[in-house]
Ligand binder design. Structure first.
Ligand SMILES: CC(C)(COP(=O)(O)OP(=O)(O)OC[C@H]1O[C@@H](n2cnc3c(N)ncnc32)[C@H](O)[C@@H]1OP(=O)(O)O)[C@@H](O)C(=O)NCCC(=O)NCCS
Length: 163
């Protein structure tokens, strides 16, 4: 089965909300996604396997900086290089729109995402203390990560062609 990455429009906001809800509580609803996807500089991509959405990424470019707002890959499709493809494709589009740096925030307790970004040559540039709520637990810091310069998309490895 092959995996494809394709741009998505605001008319697919509900798909993003459903995928987001697989990972995050509270999930962002379709209206929130629609508003973000309609903003100037928005970049929204879906990963699909045989037309079935299995992953998403939403980012935006403001002047010469890009930001990854959210990303997720359905559990049964994880560790197959899908997020790597999504981040790299978003970076390519961001460069085309004039971005010279790309930023993101990740929770200190999100080991999988931190490792993903490190594998793609992002590095820590700051912290936001107690940024994320954890119901019934202490809040956790956000790590701000950035990838600068030419936004080389050589980091990580390509998705396995056949999964
Ligand atoms: C983080 C997430 C997007 C990674 O998606 P993915 O498609 O599995 O990532 P990839 O297959 O491209 O992984 C690339 C590399 O990242 C690292 N990585 C990814 N998931 C990992 C995990 N669970 N544990 C350790 N390292 C991991 C590895 O270095 C991996 O390379 P390898 O498989 O060759 O070892 C996915 O786990 C997810 O959707 N998590 C829930 C939502 C979330 O946390 N989003 C990020 C918010 S900042």
């Amino acid at each position: 089965m092959s995996i494809a990455i394709r741009p998505a429009g605001a008319n697919e906001a509900a798909v993003f909300a459903a995928l987001h809800g697989e990972h995050f509580t509270p999930a962002w609803d379709a209206q929130s996604f629609r508003e973000l996807m309609e903003q100037d500089g928005a970049l929204a991509l879906l990963a699909v396997a045989d037309d079935e959405p299995i992953g998403f990424i939403l980012g935006r470019v403001v002047v010469d900086e890009a930001e990854i707002l959210t990303i997720g890959v359905s559990q049964s499709w994880q560790r197959k290089g899908v997020a790597t493809l999504l981040v790299n494709q978003l970076a390519r589009y961001a460069i085309e729109k004039g971005a010279r740096r790309i930023f993101l925030e990740v929770a200190t307790d999100n080991e999988a995402a931190r490792r993903l970004y490190l594998s793609l040559d992002f590095h820590e540039v700051g912290r936001r203390p107690a940024y994320y709520e954890r119901p019934g637990e202490a809040r956790v810091d956000a790590i701000i990560m950035s990838k600068e310069g030419t936004l080389s998309t050589s980091g990580g490895r390509a998705a396995r062609g056949s999964v």
